[in-house]
Design a protein around this ligand. Structure first.
Ligand code: NDP
Ligand code: 8X3
Length: 249
């Protein structure tokens, strides 16, 4: 089996790639930082192919299937993992460029990569699209605005893909994690401010990249007639709560 993991240069993506190779798959490692992808491919060996790909580059994404080397084109598993949150300011102060970039990456990029690879999966009547959504797509929090909305898109897009794919052997799963550490996510969100990023995880035991990789591995290895639609994951130090109420002092 052959998988393509977007955002394989860090965090969940690297862990997912390593885990899928351990499961016996070959993996195309996609992302923008080619040096990171090459280092990971060197560590993994022949089962990995590093491919520089910015998911917001519409032309490069459309050209991707044909541009892959012979033997690396029939992708069975697409892991749409590339994504980011930028900023935590309230909506009225947020940087519009941040909003645009989150939509370009988390929504449009994911959409375009899926559209590029789905025809091959349908033609072969075999495939699995695994999306990285978030609990932010289901629960609101202050400063979550466009990030949360982008992940709500990912959830509904995943469900609607299955509506079209019903009766085929092409599966779609949306994985929706909560608090996760061990990645660059918060550093990216806070513009490289490591201290602020570290404070997000202070006093917690968050989900780790290997936990996400284990989940991806599980949904893929289930019998071909089983489709896990969505999985919401939280660490035990986190729980959903009733909507906030602001009371007059
Ligand atoms: P990281 O920041 O550690 O990794 C993000 C990856 O996405 C990097 O490999 C980055 O690679 C890649 N990426 C970003 N922009 C692009 C782009 N335009 N084109 C291609 N690749 C891109 O984050 P995580 O591993 O934590 O997050 C992975 C996914 O999981 C994201 O979609 C995130 O929203 C989601 N998620 C994360 C949670 C968390 O708390 N960590 C919780 C729930 C969901 P490069 O810069 O080399 O391109
Ligand atoms: C990442 C989880 O709660 O920081 O998607 O938005 S959260």
């Amino acid at each position: 089996m052959l998988a393509l993991v977007t955002g394989a240069s860090a965090g969940f993506g690297s862990a997912i790639a390593r885990r899928l190779v351990a499961d016996g798959l070959r993996v195309i490692l996609a992302g923008r930082r080619a040096d990171r992808l090459e280092a990971l491919a060197a560590e993994i060996g022949d089962a990995a192919l590093p491919v520089r790909l910015d998911v917001t580059d519409t032309e490069a994404v459309a050209a991707l299937p044909a541009a892959l080397p012979e033997g690396w084109r029939e992708i069975d598993v697409l892991v749409n993992n590339a994504g980011l949150a930028l900023g935590l300011d309230p909506a009225w102060k947020a940087d519009l460029a941040h909003w645009d970039r989150m939509v370009a990456t988390n929504v449009v990029g994911l959409m375009h990569v899926t559209r590029a690879l789905l025809p091959g999966m349908v033609a072969r009547d075999r495939g699995h699209v695994v999306n990285l959504g978030s609990i932010a797509g289901a629960y609101s929090y202050a400063g979550g605005h466009v990030y949360g909305a982008s992940k709500a898109f990912v959830e509904q897009f995943s469900l609607n893909l299955r509506a079209d794919l019903i009766g085929t052997n092409v599966r779609v799963t949306n994985i929706e994690p909560g608090l996760c550490g061990g990645t660059e996510f918060s550093e990216v969100r806070f513009g490289g401010d490591r201290a602020r990023a570290a404070s997000v995880y202070q006093g917690t035991m968050p989900i780790q990249p290997d936990d996400i990789a284990e989940t991806v591995s599980w949904v893929i290895r289930l019998p071909a007639h089983v489709n896990i639609n969505r999985i919401e994951m939280m660490p035990t130090c986190q729980a959903p709560q009733a909507p906030a109420v602001r009371r007059a002092p």
